[in-house]
Design a protein around this ligand. Structure first.
Ligand code: AMP
Ligand code: MG
Length: 528
C-alpha cells in the first residue's frame, strides 16, 4: 500500500477550525478537509508512466483500495488531507482569498527518483475555500486537464502531471455559457501530481494581510524543499535569488508555451506555479490559424488579456505581483525594475533560442533575423496558416534544390492553410515563396548539416498537439456512448509528439471546418 508523507501539513501552520464550511482562513497555509465520497467511481484512464514513477501498479488504480483513495471514497489512517489557502490577482485585480475550492491534497509520495511528489484529487467535493461553488468538476474539463497535462510533459514543457482520471457516477449542474441554460453534466475527478502546487497567490495572500510570519514560513518551506541551491540561513539575498530563479523558470515556461502555440487562458496569479510548472488547465487552447490575439477563453473574449501573444507580458505582471508579495522579506535587495528586467532578459534569451531551433538556425542573430521572424508571423496570420503544421512542414523544404515549383510548394504547405484559395492564387504563392527564399538563404549562411538541421527542427516542432477539437471528440464519445477508445488513442499518440507515427495522420491535421465555432473546440468558458 502507498506510504503517504505529510511534509506540507507538518511544516506549515494549519487552520484550527475543522468544520467544512466556506470561510475566511487566517494565519494558516491550509485547512484539513476530507474528500466527499462519490456514488460509483470508475477509472477511465491512467498514466502508466506516472504510476510507475510513483511505484504504483497502473492496473491497481482501477480497484480498491486505490480506486477509493483517489476518488475520495476512503482516507487512510496515515493521511491528513487538506485544501491549501491562497489568494490571487484575477484578470489584473486583487481577488483576496481563493484557495483550493475543489482540489484536496492527499499527501506526498516519494517517487522512484527520490523526489517527493504531492498527490492531489481535483473535483473531490467542497472545502472551506469553495465559496458558493460545489467542489466538483465536470467530465469535459477533467478529461481536458488529463490529456493536456500529460501531453505537455511529453512535449518537454514543465507541467504538473496527471496520474488518473475517474468518473464519479454523479451529475452536477453547470451553466456552460453563463446564459441561464443549466445542464446536468457527468462529474469526474483527476488525480494530479507535482512536487508542489504552491502558487504566486500562496505568497500574495499572507502579504495582503500583513502576516509576515506565514509569509516567511511559506517562503522558507519553498526554499528548503524546492530550491536546494539557495543556502540557509535565509535572508534578503536568499529571497532575492529565489525570486530571480522563479522569474527564469517562468520565462522558460512561457517561452515553451509560445513554441508549441499553447494558450493557458487564465494566467491569474493563483494559476502561476512557484516552480514554473504549467498548472490548472482550464479554458486553454492551441493556436491553429495563427493569430497572436486569439484566446480560447470566452470569458476573456472582450479584453483578450490572456491572448496568445500577451502571455510573455502577463508573465511580467505576475512576477511584479510576486515581487510585491515578497517585499517584506526582500527589503531593498531586489527592486521591481530589477525583477522585470531579469525576467525580460531571460525570456528574450529563451525565446530566441527557441525560435532558432524551430527555424533551423544556430541562433537568432541581429536585425535581419528579427525581420524574417516578423515576416513569417505576418504571413501565418494574414494567410490563416496552422502554426504547428507550418513549422513541421518547413523542414521538408529543400534549401538547395531549385525544384521548388509552385506545385511542390502547394503539396508541402496546402495542408496547413485554412483557406486553400490563399495558396492557389499568384499573390499567395508569391508571399510564401518570398518568405521561403529568405529563410533558405539564411539556412545556407549557417551551413548546418541538413540532416542535423532537420532533426533539430523536428525536435522542437511537434507534429501532434492536443488540439481542442481532438479533446472534444474524445469527450463526445465518452459522454455520449461511454466510448473511451478515442481518448485512449489520442493519449497514445500524444506520448510521442515529435515522431511521425504510422496510422496517426488523423491527429496531424488542421482543425476541421465544423470545429471552427463549436463550443469546446475554439471557445471555452471558465465553467468547469
Ligand atoms: P480557476 O479559475 O479554476 O483557477 O478557479 C479559481 C478559484 O475558484 C479557485 O479557488 C478554485 O478552487 C475555485 N473553484 C473553481 N471551480 C470550483 C468549484 N466547482 N467548486 C469550488 N471551487 C471552485
Ligand atoms: Mg486555479
Amino acid at each position: 500500500m502507498i506510504q503517504f508523507e505529510d511534509r506540507f501539513v507538518r511544516e506549515l501552520p494549519s487552520d484550527p477550525n475543522r468544520v467544512n464550511t466556506p470561510r475566511r482562513v487566517e494565519e494558516a497555509a491550509y485547512s484539513f478537509v476530507e474528500p466527499t465520497p462519490v456514488q460509483a467511481p470508475k477509472l477511465i484512464i491512467a498514466s502508466e508512466e506516472m504510476a510507475e514513477l510513483l511505484g504504483i501498479e497502473p492496473r491497481s488504480l482501477a480497484e480498491p483500495p486505490l480506486l477509493d483513495l483517489f476518488s475520495g471514497n476512503d482516507v487512510l489512517p496515515d493521511m491528513r488531507p487538506y485544501a491549501a489557502c491562497y489568494g490571487g490577482h484575477q484578470f489584473g485585480n486583487w481577488a483576496g482569498q481563493l484557495g483550493d475550492g475543489r482540489a484536496i491534497g492527499l499527501g506526498e509520495i516519494v517517487d522512484r527518483e527520490g523526489v517527493l511528489q504531492e498527490i492531489q484529487i481535483k473535483g473531490a467535493g467542497p472545502t472551506p475555500y469553495s465559496r458558493r461553488a460545489d467542489g466538483r468538476a465536470v467530465l469535459r474539463s477533467t478529461l481536458r486537464e488529463f490529456i493536456c497535462s500529460e501531453a505537455m510533459h511529453h512535449l518537454g514543457i514543465p507541467t504538473t502531471r496527471a496520474l488518473a482520471f475517474y468518473t464519479t457516477g454523479e451529475k452536477i449542474p453547470r451553466d456552460m455559457f453563463y446564459d441561464g441554460r443549466v445542464r446536468l453534466e457527468p462529474s469526474a475527478i483527476i488525480t494530479r501530481v507535482a512536487p508542489s502546487f504552491l502558487r504566486f497567490g500562496s505568497f500574495e495572500l499572507p502579504r495582503s494581510r500583513k502576516d509576515l510570519d506565514l509569509l516567511r514560513a511559506l517562503t522558507d518551506f519553498t526554499l528548503r524543499h524546492f530550491f536546494p541551491d539557495i543556502e540557509a540561513p535565509y535572508g534578503p539575498d536568499a529571497y532575492r535569488a529565489f525570486v530571480l530563479e522563479v522569474a527564469r523558470r517562468t520565462a522558460r515556461m512561457i517561452s515553451e508555451w509560445m513554441r508549441v502555440g499553447f494558450i493557458h487562458g487564465v494566467m491569474n496569479t493563483d494559476n502561476m506555479s512557484i516552480l514554473g510548472l504549467t498548472i490548472d488547465y482550464g479554458p486553454y487552447g492551441f493556436v491553429e490559424d495563427f493569430d497572436p490575439s486569439f484566446t480560447p477563453n470566452t470569458t476573456d473574449a472582450h479584453g483578450r488579456r490572456y491572448a496568445f501573444g500577451r502571455q510573455p507580458s502577463i508573465g511580467a505582471f505576475n512576477l511584479a505581483c510576486l515581487h510585491h508579495a515578497l517585499l517584506p522579506l526582500l527589503g531593498d535587495s531586489l527592486s521591481q525594475e530589477e525583477i522585470i528586467d531579469a525576467y525580460s532578459e531571460a525570456f528574450e534569451a529563451e525565446y530566441h533560442t527557441m525560435l532558432a531551433q524551430k527555424l533551423g538556425f544556430f541562433r537568432i542573430d541581429g536585425g535581419d533575423d528579427h525581420v524574417l521572424v516578423e515576416n513569417l508571423f505576418e504571413l501565418l496570420r494574414v494567410s490563416e496558416i496552422d502554426m504547428t503544421l507550418f513549422f513541421r512542414r518547413l523542414a521538408m523544404v529543400p534549401v538547395e534544390d531549385p525544384l521548388r515549383t509552385d506545385d511542390r510548394l502547394r503539396e508541402i504547405f496546402m495542408p496547413a492553410y485554412y483557406r486553400e484559395e490563399a495558396l492557389m492564387g499568384e499573390a499567395g504563392i508569391a508571399a510564401l515563396r518570398s518568405f521561403l527564399d529568405a529563410w533558405a538563404h539564411r539556412v545556407r549562411i549557417d551551413g548546418m548539416e541538413p540532416l542535423t538541421r532537420i532533426e533539430r527542427m523536428n525536435r522542437s516542432n511537434p507534429l501532434y498537439i492536443p488540439r481542442n477539437y481532438l479533446a472534444q471528440e474524445a469527450i463526445d464519445a465518452l459522454e455520449g456512448e461511454g466510448d473511451d477508445s478515442k481518448l485512449k488513442r489520442l493519449f497514445e499518440v500524444l506520448k510521442r509528439p515529435y515522431e511521425e507515427q504510422r496510422g496517426a495522420e488523423e491527429f496531424a491535421k488542421r482543425r476541421p471546418e465544423w470545429a471552427r465555432d463549436r463550443a469546446g473546440c475554439s471557445m471555452l468558458s471558465c465553467s468547469s
